[in-house]
Design a protein. Sequence first.
Lengths: 93, 384
Amino acid sequence: MPLLEGADKACPRVIVSERSMDENRTGNWRTLRPVIDSGKCTGCLICWKLCPEACVELTEKVPRIDMDYCKGCGICVSECPARCVDFVAESAA
Amino acid sequence: MKKVLSGNHAAAVAARLARVQVAAGYPITPATQVFEALAEMRAKGEFPGEFIAAESEHSVMAALLGAATAGARTFTATSSHGLAYMHELLHWVAGARLPVVMVDVNRALAAPWNLGTDQTDSLSQRDTGWMQTYCSNNQEVLDTVLMSFKIAERVMLPSMVVLDGFTLSHSYEPVDVPKQAEVDAFLPPFRPVLRLDPDQPMSFGSLTGPKDYLRLRRRMAADLAEAEDAIEEVGREFGELFGRPYGQLDAYRCEDAETVLVTSGAVGSTARAAVDALRERGLKAGNLRLRAFRPFPARALRAFVRPGTRLAVVDRNLSPGAGGIFASEIKAALYPRSGIAVHGYVTGLGGGDISVELLQEVWERVDAARGADPAPAVWAEDAR
């Protein structure tokens, strides 16, 4: 059996990563996907304001959700006053 | 300059003298005064550090995790349920190798509600990777906060400075407050090798596999072993500069003692009076106070005992199903023992008095108990 012997301080105290967190696409954690009904959206921007991942983008009147980072928490689904965000299972998408 | 300070105020003064950059807090009896004092100093412009009034103890430690990662010297104080609520973040801070210093004011855990002093709160955090030092008076509280920053920043592990609820936290004693320039000469600014820096972006605490995880924990164990030496070296240096030396252990009249009281915290100073009273009656009594609990001073303890030494361990704490925690750890450290008896006494839980008389009774019982040491703890209380 391999024993860890000697040079116990050869290991660093912490391991850091210099690679950007942009590579860490947390959107693959998602099991439910928010889908905006552009016909019903009023452009109130409440979803943009409340998204904890800051992944709702304001490109046009109807916001676009960045699916690389949306974890599918559903806050936009429950907070939308126009009830225009649907929550669809990824398996069904 | 000598000042009359409570244990809590001594801790706050030490945090100011250490030039803490970020302090966070959430009130809990009997530790709240530490922040009241710091907030007052901040209002008067005497404490220039950031002060975060967080929404819970869990958030307090999370805030300090961030601040320390960014390279700030950080401080907090808590007690009992507050400390228990922090538990998850205590592991995070130690694993991230951040030298946060925290004062814990010992207080019993519910149920039932009890505000009295009891070491089970801090001892429950034994396996988090935090160093723990138990103080016996308010001077030692101030001194230990200062030394803890130096030791923590050397081995890059967090440190808990523990004092007894009310017995020390709310009792006023004369405390020698060193000058700022003297403290600055002892404790240079915190300059970590790695820190969160927008100009040099890095991710900390990312996912690791078992190969790295095992080695990182082994490194932590190696640094805690080094901390045993660091406590002695920094304690000696502190003694040279301020006239009050410290170590992992504090032995009192133990030279020829056959039966030794083993104590921690404020009970350690009561035990000196008990030893003096026993010595006056011609009995060979001594007191060994454990200042360090993590790292456990096993090497120092093995060097201290002689064949035939009888240890009367006073535990104001309980690991249900095992017994007093100091007694258990001492037995483990001395195994295999050659003729050393370890007698555990569980007493004073929930703030019960541990008087000079009670400690003499414990000592006499252990001194008279010739034969094998009892495996289960003896439960006792003060009759007075």
